[in-house]
Design a protein around this ligand. Structure first.
Ligand SMILES: NC(=O)c1ccc[n+]([C@@H]2O[C@H](COP(=O)([O-])OP(=O)(O)OC[C@H]3O[C@@H](n4cnc5c(N)ncnc54)[C@H](OP(=O)(O)O)[C@@H]3O)[C@@H](O)[C@H]2O)c1
Length: 268
């Protein structure tokens, strides 16, 4: 396991769910933190708890990651406080569920902005410093949805396919240059993410019927940070599923994934 003492990790989406659990695990391991999300009160509460419990330095930056200038703004705030980022955890994200035509176009643009654009911009902002120190980690939270097209979660799954491809490409690009980039791919996790999909019936689908805890994902995240591999799929069954779809025709994979998530009001 890598040592997190005297390191600073920036965690996006740290106000709840997986990001909060990762921040808690990193703090317990001795890591200083920069917590980013929109909900400043939730971030401040977490920062105070972690500072009191572990004595870490915890900085809070309230930011809306749909904003095109979010990454340079966050970078400037960190530099102005004489802090640096050793570990970047691009975790913030959300999904949109339902028939494509029923989802507001702006909501899906915001989803692309948070899940993709902000993740790329933050990576751009912090990689140069890591390169100059010949040391750094970037962990991007993708999903098992990244491994196949998923009808009714079409834009969400496509954003996660981007995150996976981007992370693996940078992993290869930065070999031998002191920087490790990786993607973590959890299955369904018991967080507010599922409620925000907006259809309680989704919890009856095979994809979302069984969930793991955000704490289990956080344990996997710290393992991923200590590993040299590019891709980390949480759970053996999910690993097998992710790899088995490569052997099947893509049309079959796409139909099967859509059928699993077809909303009950939509007939085939
Ligand atoms: N839960 C699952 O089933 C599951 C499975 C696989 C992968 N994931 C991925 O895991 C990551 C974390 O999700 P979660 O399950 O922990 O859900 P969550 O509890 O809803 O947390 C999402 C986090 O993202 C932040 N966020 C959302 N929109 C934002 C914006 N515009 N600007 C800044 N921050 C924003 C939220 O903070 P604010 O609302 O305070 O801004 C929150 O901290 C996401 O990338 C998600 O795609 C989730």
């Amino acid at each position: 396991m890598m040592t997190f003492k005297n390191k600073t990790a920036l965690v996006t989406g740290a106000s709840s769910g997986i990001g909060k659990a990762i921040a808690e695990k990193l703090a317990a391991a001795g890591c200083d933190l920069i917590l980013v999300a929109r909900n400043e009160a939730a971030l401040q509460k977490l920062a105070t708890t972690l500072q009191n419990q572990y004595g870490n330095i915890v900085l809070v930056i309230a930011a809306d990651l749909t904003h095109p200038q979010c990454a340079p703004n966050i970078y400037q705030q960190i530099v102005s406080k004489n802090r640096r980022v050793d570990i970047l955890i691009n975790n913030a994200g959300f999904g949109t569920y339902g028939p494509f035509e029923s989802i507001p176009a702006q909501k899906e643009q915001d989803e692309i902005a948070v899940n993709i654009s902000a993740l790329v911009s933050l990576t751009h902002a912090f990689i140069p410093g890591m390169l100059s120190r010949h040391s750094g980690k970037v962990l991007n939270i993708a999903s098992t949805a990244a491994f196949q097209p998923v009808g009714f979660l079409s834009v969400y799954a496509a954003t996660k396919a981007f995150v996976l491809s981007f992370s693996e490409a940078l992993w290869a690009e930065y070999q031998g240059r002191g920087i490790h980039v990786a993607a973590l791919c959890p299955p369904a996790v018991n967080t507010g993410f599922i409620d925000k999909l907006g259809d309680p019936a989704i919890t009856k689908t095979s994809t979302f019927a069984n969930t793991i805890t955000p704490e289990a994902v956080a344990v996997a995240a710290l393992k991923a940070l200590s590993s040299s591999q590019p891709t980390h799929i949480v759970g053996l069954k999910n690993w097998l599923m992710a790899h088995s779809v490569r052997l099947a025709p893509r049309s079959l994979v796409a139909r099967s994934a859509a059928n699993k998530l077809r909303p009950t009001i939509i007939s085939r």
